[in-house]
Design a binder for this molecule. Structure first.
Ligand SMILES: O=c1ccn([C@H]2C[C@H](O)[C@@H](CO)O2)c(=O)[nH]1
Ligand SMILES: [Zn+2]
Length: 133
């Protein structure tokens, strides 16, 4: 499946989600979209707050939608800004995405798709908690 990712429609879904962003403070709207292993596409936009640090990245909304609409594994992820430029997920969001996509999640970058392992090496995840002793 991952060899046949259609990145263009995924980017368009991210750009569409970005239109709902609430970013009055940074004036930096962001949209994110991901393909789920059952074929559906989930999206999110950033939602800021007058208490700046409380703001939510687009990826937060995306994983919330993933869970709300039935869960599943993330297969491919992309994120765009207001100029349609690709954005890399911030460190916190790499962790957030790792939980639901694992090492093999493909993340679109300016250098083409990269695996989560490449952009978040030596990740901490559920496997660390389930190890016995
Ligand atoms: O991958 C990213 C990077 C940044 N932002 C948001 C957070 C903040 O609202 C704005 C500026 O950092 O962009 C995201 O939503 N996702
Ligand atoms: Zn983030």
């Amino acid at each position: 499946m991952s060899e046949h990712i259609q990145w263009e429609p995924l980017r368009e879904a991210a750009a569409e989600a970005m239109r709902y962003a609430y970013a009055p403070y940074s004036k930096f709207p962001v949209g994110a979209a991901a393909l789920v292993d059952d074929g559906r596409v989930v999206t999110g936009c950033n939602v800021e707050n007058a208490s700046y640090g409380v703001g939510l990245c687009a990826e937060c909304g995306l994983v919330s939608e993933l869970q709300r609409t039935g869960g599943g594994r993330l297969v491919a992820f992309t994120c765009v800004d207001g100029h349609g430029e690709l954005l890399m997920p911030c460190g916190r969001c790499r962790q957030l995405l790792y939980e639901f996509g694992g090492d093999d999640l493909l993340v679109e970058t300016v250098d083409g798709p990269k695996t989560m392992t490449e952009i978040l090496p030596y990740a901490f995840g559920p496997q660390d908690l389930s190890r016995s002793s």
